[in-house]
Design a protein around this ligand. Structure first.
Ligand code: PMP
Length: 423
């Protein structure tokens, strides 16, 4: 495989970008493939190698790399009118109206520029709304580069998981295991009246993929109802991907108080959003006292891409096509695993999938189960073998993999062949 272009670019990148990348998760040894362009469900690197792409920008590209004509036209038209204004535009109202029509828990939204910004703002909102400081998070959950959630350990003994976060910030975070109702019971018993919010991905997508056990999200809902804490669903990955236009909350039938969005809602451009009932979301300035602002928030090009992507999804068989491909792929992977690697576990739902290299073959119920399956085999042998076979997977073995609407049955067949050879 010709890789001299990527190698040379990485050499230049190392001199001017820390680790040669702009997001820590993109660092791949010995060097990442530098992408030249996308094409449907594929990417082509600067050396001309073509890959079936399951990174899909880490989730935003619901419709793949070649936007359908209405999306492309809307983006080009809005961009040609001038980049942005720092003043309201019609398109942000339209996208907000679309989201509120399809997600029952959301009456109002504040758009921001990344999933991180959404979760940072949601935590501030929950604290401002409740007048409390503590946040319950899930061990193995990920909410972006957010000081309040870059925390590990146990409730009452949590510590920053990275340098640069003060211990005083970590003191306010109470990390509990996913799918563990007893842990929720304990944390509310000990800290109940101090808890502003439970912040949870309804499906763990970053240390995953782990789905909620029957009744778990309902339990979180009822603890919040009893204590006045806000239930915040981080749907940055699941939003408008799992459960279709109703999102994961629709699929599971649970209404959170606040939802954070990102990725798909911006159609491939930088985005985040915080949504919920007016009574809560209007705590944000200028109506309420929780400060929140952003130069680029509601960027017209992002809003156009997001709106047309979601409209397209509403008017075509996007979700059923993707989810069918997902099912075929997961079924095929299960057969392969049974045959060649019975100790491995195939996980995922809708258009998410992953093979967890767990050595025990047991059910995966929380982040620790996924973490215990971490292996050098992924980074040193498996991912490179898949790349060599023309299938691009995320650098991080714990992260979800994404199917898009432009993947084809042939892509799925080729992918299964590649897994067969590499597993
Ligand atoms: N929340 C979740 C659930 C995510 O998966 C991510 C990113 N993968 C974020 C928040 C942060 O989003 P961003 O990278 O856009 O800041």
């Amino acid at each position: 495989m010709e890789e001299s272009g990527s190698r040379e670019l990485y050499g230049r990148a190392l001199s001017v970008l820390p680790g040669g990348v702009n997001s820590a998760v993109r660092a791949i040894r010995p060097y990442p493939a530098f992408i030249g362009r996308g094409d449907g469900g594929h990417v082509i690197d600067v050396d001309g190698n073509r890959y079936i792409d399951f990174v899909m920008g880490y989730g935003p590209l619901l419709l793949g790399h070649s936007p359908p004509e209405p999306v492309r036209a809307a983006v080009q038209s809005v961009a040609s009118e001038g980049p942005m204004y720092g003043a309201p535009t019609e398109i942000e109202v339209e996208l907000a109206e679309f989201v509120t029509r399809h997600v029952p828990s959301v009456q109002m939204l504040r758009f921001v520029n990344s999933g991180t910004e959404a979760t940072v703002s949601a935590v501030r909102l929950a604290r401002g709304y409740t007048g409390r400081d503590k946040i319950v998070t899930i061990q193995g959950g990920y909410h972006g580069a957010n000081d309040s959630t870059l925390v590990e350990g146990e409730p009452g003994a949590a510590v920053p998981s990275t340098k640069g976060v003060p211990e005083a910030v970590a003191d306010h975070t109470l990390p509990v295991p996913f799918n563990d109702e007893q842990a929720i019971d304990h944390v509310f018993e000990e800290f109940g009246t101090e808890i502003a919010a439970i912040l949870v991905e309804p499906i763990l997508g970053n240390t995953g993929i782990v789905e909620p056990a029957a009744g778990y999200l309902e339990t979180l809902r009822s603890y919040c109802d009893e204590t006045g804490a806000l239930l915040v669903f981080d749907e940055v990955i699941t939003g408008f991907r799992v459960g279709g236009l109703g999102c994961a909350q629709g699929k599971f039938g649970i209404e959170p108080d606040v939802t954070t969005f990102g990725k798909v809602i911006g159609g491939g451009y930088p985005v985040g959003a915080i949504g919920g009932p007016a009574e809560i979301i209007e705590s944000f300035a200028p109506v309420g006292d929780v400060f929140q602002a952003g130069t680029f928030s509601g960027h017209p090009v992002t809003m156009a891409a997001g709106l047309e992507t979601l409209r397209y999804a509403a008017e075509h068989d996007v979700y059923s096509t993707m989810n069918d491909l997902g099912e075929t792929l997961r079924d095929g992977l299960r057969d392969l695993a049974e045959d060649r690697a019975p100790e491995y576990t195939v996980v995922g739902t809708d258009s998410l999938f992953k093979v967890i290299f767990t050595r025990r073959g047991r059910d995966v119920t929380n982040g620790a189960d996924v973490n215990s399956a971490q292996t050098e085999r992924w980074e040193r042998l498996f991912r490179p073998a898949m790349k060599e076979a023309g299938v691009l997977l995320p650098a991080n073995q714990l992260e979800s993999q994404f199917i898009c609407a432009q993947h084809t049955s042939e892509d799925i067949e080729e992918t299964l062949e590649a897994y067969k050879a590499a597993l």
